[in-house]
Design a binder for this molecule. Structure first.
Ligand code: ADP
Ligand code: ZN
Length: 749
């Protein structure tokens, strides 16, 4: 048994005896006495045997099992050992990933409602006549009404439902129960997070296109053979990847196996989720972070018992308790939300690969813009490449026009919109079509600075520029939520020279309305999507044609399928180009390609306008040509020349602390000692495989009042890399501050 306490000293197997009537099995959760005081403690059974596997004295006994079933399946137990080894975490941390958090400590239970029904064997006509007066009229109308209702429905009804129909019937119900005519029962109900949009009917699948058919036919044999093959489905935007996924899933279901579909972030991809719901109806379970504890628990149970066969969810759904795994599909596989930002920092693609290997399931990674690393794997044979090169129904890919903002400025146009974008907007709006405007602000927030002394308003707790919000004239920190009124004078020099830099979605909306006063707009950004379901509501309003122009940040770039959208404008492409990260070109290319892919998805050819000060940037050039292969070749060569991943690995050790000086001192000491260990591990003569190392405060040196100091190692990819990375993990594990180790962290801030 591993006890459910996260501490390195006790992260090992303890031996307990148990009464055979308990039927303890591996994977079960149990209650055991633990420690000197024998405190009742929850734990996970790892294995059972007739004899102790090691000599031991004074064995304690398992008190009871917490659930009458193994909460963790066999393949999941294996997976936990793999996670521990790969991400250097505690085994108990890995085990905890497999169950709903609230299940621990019994904080969530099944939900039941009280139902009533007519007691079996009741002579209804006799019961009815007892409610009559001598003259035959009804003496107890409320009781009569209850009997009528229950007889009509013929099934047990929740008391609350009966009262909704018959508000006055409370005491009548009690009387009938007392007389034994009615019977009470507790009935389990599912808290379901999904509401089937169009009733329970599954929709009919369309006939596959030739390319889709070929893709399905290529993948099916290994699905049937259970050969744990990985496929990279590279399909241009609008090529119908989702339809391919659904065919593969249907095949799985036909042979009573289950499917897991991962999407980047459920809140951002409501349309994709809905398509699975339409097709597979109640057989779909949805798992994501916005569920209530009860909803999550019930969905988890529906999956475990096999009632739900298709799991759609965000990254952590890769751990869903499916028993007969047939396929895992990872949509938009290039998205970095698949990498966890909590310990253990697992990557869902890596976990999925392992899980498929353990179960013989097939893994399909899909994207219009695969990550450089995945595409390289497909090229070199560890993945099988499947391509969809055309949009469905022979729709053309949109035409992309690049506008050089430098020329625009020289010709006297100071507005956010170039002449080209303006005229295309006019045509689009005039013909009753819809447009999407992308105002990506990541790494380029609108900030306020002083033109006199250069002072920039930063958050005192987070060391990032605060963002200017026109609405209410406030500045806000997007890391901790701190806000303040916009100052009138500079606190550093006292002059009134403050200027707002950059544009945000609000300015785009304002200037658009200045040009087209009658147009209806919707805005999707950090501010408009903070409440639950707000995002989904905005998108359905746009889908219903309630607005003609959707303005948004990168949130709107992916997975959306609005048939009426013919124009997409990237208002300020440069915001995405110059982020200090070796992946910025890759991410910018992905963003432009994805957002351009929203245009012209039905009928009319789409139009895309990208506005930039860097028209010859490769991310823009190749996105214009819809040339993924070209971009891949370019980017791979760049990475090779600079020895960036996949040709090297970055390992970052992050120290957090409230006290700046001691943090810096300890971090720097660690860096020296850790570097020694790395060099040792690389071995004599291989020291140059440590390409680079540094110890300094992170680019965002302070966040929510906590300082961040990082030690960074860049290692050439060789057969020594794994050993060196392990050495760093070990070194960090021994440090009293428990610094955080990440390999190729999803951002270097
Ligand atoms: P992708 O995910 O590759 O961008 P989608 O799966 O969203 O593409 O498909 C684009 C659109 O084409 C969707 O509206 C989808 O319903 C439709 N579609 C997909 N396959 C077919 C098909 N075989 N016949 C008709 N329409 C299809
Ligand atoms: Zn802050």
């Amino acid at each position: 048994v591993i006890v459910d306490i996260a501490h390195a000293n006790i992260d090992k197997c303890f031996t307990y005896t148990f009464d055979p009537t308990l039927a303890v099995q591996p994977g079960m959760r149990v209650l055991v006495p633990f420690g000197a005081g024998n405190r009742p403690t929850e734990g996970f059974v790892l294995s059972t045997s007739e004899e102790p596997t090691q000599p031991c004295v004074n064995l304690k006994q398992i008190v009871r099992v917490l659930d009458p079933y193994p909460a963790i399946g066999e393949d999941q137990l294996e997976l936990c050992h793999y996670i521990k080894k790969t991400y250097h975490c505690l085994l108990v941390d890995a085990l905890r990933l497999m169950i709903p958090a609230q299940m621990r400590g019994g904080r969530v239970k099944e939900k039941t409602v009280q139902t009533i029904q007519i007691a079996p064997g009741t002579d209804l006509s006799k019961a009815r006549s007892a409610l009559l007066k001598k003259d035959g009229s009804v003496k107890y109308p409320a009781q009569m009404a209850v009997l009528d209702l229950l007889e009509q429905t013929g099934i047990p009804m929740a008391v609350s439902d009966v009262l909704a129909c018959l508000p006055e019937a409370k005491s009548a119900i009690l009387t009938l129960l007392k007389k034994g005519i009615l019977q009470k029962q507790a009935q389990k109900v599912n808290r379901t997070p999904t509401h089937l949009p169009y009733g329970k009917n599954a929709s009919e699948p369309p006939a596959l296109t030739d390319e889709q058919r070929a893709a399905v036919d290529l993948i099916l044999p290994s699905l049937h053979a259970r050969s744990a093959q990985t496929y990279l489905l590279h399909g241009v935007t609008g090529s119908g990847k989702t339809e391919v996924y659904m065919h593969l899933i249907a095949d799985c279901l036909a042979s009573d196996r289950q499917a897991i579909v991962l999407v980047p972030e459920i809140a951002l991809t409501p349309q994709t989720t809905n398509r699975f719901l339409h097709r597979f109806g109640e057989r779909v379970a949805v798992l994501h972070s916005r569920l209530s504890a009860g909803e999550r628990y019930d969905e988890w149970q529906r999956i475990r018992t096999g009632e739900a066969q298709v799991v759609v969810g965000a990254r952590s759904a890769v751990f869903a308790p499916v028993k007969e795994l047939g396929i895992i599909i990872i949509d938009e596989e290039h998205e970095h939300s698949y990498q966890s930002d909590h310990t253990p920092r697992y990557h869902a693609v890596q976990i999925a690969r392992k899980r498929c290997e353990l179960t013989g399931a097939t893994l399909v990674l899909g994207s219009a813009t695969p990550s450089i690393v995945s595409y390289l794997r497909a090229r070199t044979g560890s993945y099988q490449l499947v391509e969809l090169t055309k949009r469905v129904l022979d729709l053309p890919l949109p035409g992309v026009q690049i506008v050089d903002l430098r020329e625009e400025f020289l010709s006297g146009n100071n507005s956010i919109f170039s002449a080209a974008l303006k005229s295309k907007l006019k045509t689009c709006i005039g013909s009753g079509k819809q447009a999407i405007l992308l105002m990506n602000r990541r790494g380029y927030a609108t900030f306020i600075s002083c033109r006199g002394c250069g002072h920039v308003f930063t958050c005192p707790d987070c060391d990032v520029a605060m963002t200017y919000h026109r609405y209410g004239e406030r500045i806000k920190c997007h890391y901790c939520g701190r806000e303040a009124a916009v100052p009138h004078t500079c606190p550093a020099c006292g002059k009134a020279y403050l200027k707002h830099f950059g544009v945000g979605t609000q300015q785009v909306e304002e200037q658009l309305l200045a040009l087209f006063p009658d147009v209806k707009t919707l805005r999707v950004d950090f501010d408009t999507t903070r409440t639950k379901d707000a995002h989904q509501k905005l998108l359905s309003a746009f889908a219903n044609g309630e607005a003609q122009v959707l303005i948004g940040t990168q949130m709107i770039a992916k997975g959306l399928d609005f048939p009426n959208v013919t124009l997409v404008g990237v208002v300020a492409a440069d915001a995405s180009l110059y982020i200090p990260d070796y992946r910025s070109a890759e991410r910018a290319f992905q963003l432009f390609t994805q957002v351009a892919g929203r245009a012209g998805r039905a009928g009319e050819k789409g139009d895309v306008v990208i506005q930039t000060y860097s028209p010859s940037h490769p991310s823009i050039y190749f996105a214009k040509q819809h040339d993924f292969q070209g971009f891949f070749a370019y980017e791979l060569a760049q990475r090779k020349a600079a020895l960036f991943p996949p040709f090297s690995a970055f390992v970052r050790v992050l120290f957090l602390g409230e006290e700046q000086e001691s943090l810096e001192r300890e971090g720097s000491e660690f860096a020296l000692c850790c570097k020694e260990r790395v060099l040792q591990s690389l071995g004599q003569g291989n020291e140059r495989e440590l390409l680079y190392d540094c110890a300094c405060f992170a680019p965002i040196a302070k966040r929510e009042g906590i300082y961040r100091f990082m030690v960074l190692f860049k290692l050439l990819r060789t057969k020594h890399t794994t050993g060196a990375v392990d050495a760093i993990y070990t070194c960090a594990g021994e440090h009293a501050r428990h610094p955080l180790v990440e390999v190729n962290p999803s951002n270097l801030f």
